[in-house]
Design a protein around this ligand. Structure first.
Ligand SMILES: Cc1cc2nc3c(=O)[nH]c(=O)nc-3n(C[C@H](O)[C@H](O)[C@H](O)COP(=O)(O)OP(=O)(O)OC[C@H]3O[C@@H](n4cnc5c(N)ncnc54)[C@H](O)[C@@H]3O)c2cc1C
Length: 381
């Protein structure tokens, strides 16, 4: 049997390699970036995916990078009023923590766990340029210099991937009117053990504690403001305007911030004979709630589950049957998350009203509502 060839060594590609190695499948991961590439997004692992990482033996690799765990989450108004305060362990149980780790460390952990299986070969610095096959079935992945025969090609080439678009058609795209400015700073006193979502008149903002005394500050900015983000005082002034308790508090940037334009992009087809889409290549969601990377890990688990249910097939026709089931199952189960993140993303583009603040406050006081909100975010499906 030819190996499974995975296009893209981000979280989705590596999680797939790991999940499939667990079933005894051999795979080759082809990644265009060097292993040292620094990706500055996606640093919260939710409680729902940690058991998957443990099952695949990656928990000790994650632990080796000293992740930070926290269990408090607050939604606040721009003047610092707490609208919703949640202790996720108290509400959902002891295992319901947020686990934060810088994205490159999550990638490194999955890569080392994958290597240890002896079944995964990660090749960095190679760009896949073409998929080929016969009779409508994909059976080869081509780079500029080599051909990789594949029993299955997993296209995990990330958001808005031209490679994915070429073989699975154009996704349905919604362009949000805002972009996300992502900065990493030294921990701000008093904010090192709790995630914050701030609803201000100028737009939403998130604060996330990270390991090693660091903190993520994510700021939703209007596309029309993008020409201002490079200004030296942008971060300080924006934070002062959006969250009064932090006005005047010194902030120490540890690296150059990154800005991301925001899209929702969903493909109609996630599988075709010999190939599937996985992770952001299949669907990109708004970053509110930190779902994208977690969904990619869940995709890998569902793919492995479908192949396992089919008896870990080696024959092309049986693999195709299993991946058709993966596509159908995933499209169905991510629908609520897509809807929720989209609504939250659109809502965050508007200035909060007295009514919307009151609704958040009410949700914070009614335990079943609060519990369901947290569960939807943390038990990523
Ligand atoms: C501001 C921001 C904050 C976010 N925060 C969170 C969060 O806290 N939690 C969360 O769960 N998600 C978060 N996300 C989303 C998360 O980052 C993504 O959903 C996740 O990284 C997707 O993983 P992936 O493997 O599908 O794609 P990617 O991480 O994009 O990986 C795709 C890989 O494929 C490679 N590639 C592309 N084309 C080719 C080719 N032709 N040949 C070979 N290799 C190729 C790329 O180099 C890349 O390494 C955030 C997103 C943004 C924008």
């Amino acid at each position: 049997m030819n190996p499974i060839v995975i296009v893209g060594g981000g979280i989705g590609g590596l999680a797939s390699a790991l999940a499939l190695a667990h079933l005894g499948y051999q795979s080759i991961v082809l990644e265009s970036r060097p292993p040292s590439a620094h990706i500055d997004r996606g640093d919260v692992l939710h409680a729902g995916v940690l058991p998957l990482l443990s099952r695949w033996g990656a928990d000790r690799d994650i632990a080796a990078h000293n992740p930070f765990q926290f269990h408090r989450f607050r939604i606040a108004s721009g003047n610092g009023r707490i609208l919703l305060d949640a202790d996720t362990r108290e509400i959902l149980g002891d295992n319901h923590c947020f686990t934060s780790l810088r994205h490159p460390n999550i990638t490194a952990a999955l890569r080392s766990a994958a290597h240890r299986t002896g079944l995964v070969d990660v090749v960095n610095g190679v760009r896949c340029v073409e998929l080929l096959g016969s009779g409508g079935r994909i059976s080869e992945v081509h780079t500029a210099t080599a051909t990789y025969p594949s029993s299955l090609a997993i296209i995990a080439s990330g958001a808005r991937s031209r490679f994915a678009r070429r073989y699975f058609g154009a996704p349905n795209v919604y362009r949000y009117a805002t972009a996300f400015y992502n900065a990493c700073v030294r921990t701000v006193d008093g904010y090192g053990d709790c995630g914050f979502y701030i609803l201000s008149d100028d737009g939403a903002m998130v604060l996330v504690p990270l390991p090693e005394g660091l903190q993520r500050i994510g700021i939703q900015v209007r596309s029309s403001q993008l020409n201002q983000v490079a200004a030296p005082d942008f971060l300080r002034e924006t934070i002062a305007a959006r969250f009064r308790p932090l006005a005047g508090v010194p902030l120490e940037l540890v690296e150059r911030p990154h800005t991301y334009r925001l899209y929702r992009a969903v493909n109609d087809w996630w599988s075709r004979p010999g190939a599937i889409l996985l992770g952001d290549a299949a669907r990109q969601v708004h970053p509110v709630g930190g779902q994208g990377m977690n969904l990619a890990i869940r995709d890998a688990d569902v793919l492995a589950g479908c192949l396992n249910a089919a008896g870990c097939p080696r024959a092309a026709t049986r693999i195709d049957h299993a991946i058709a089931s993966y596509g159908a199952q995933r499209q169905r189960s991510v629908r609520p998350t897509l809807r929720r993140t989209h609504l939250l993303g659109v809502a965050a583009e508007r200035a909060p009203t007295a009514a919307s603040m009151a609704a958040v406050q009410l949700a914070g006081r009614i335990m079943p509502v609060k519990r369901n909100l947290l569960r939807a975010m943390m038990d990523v499906r």
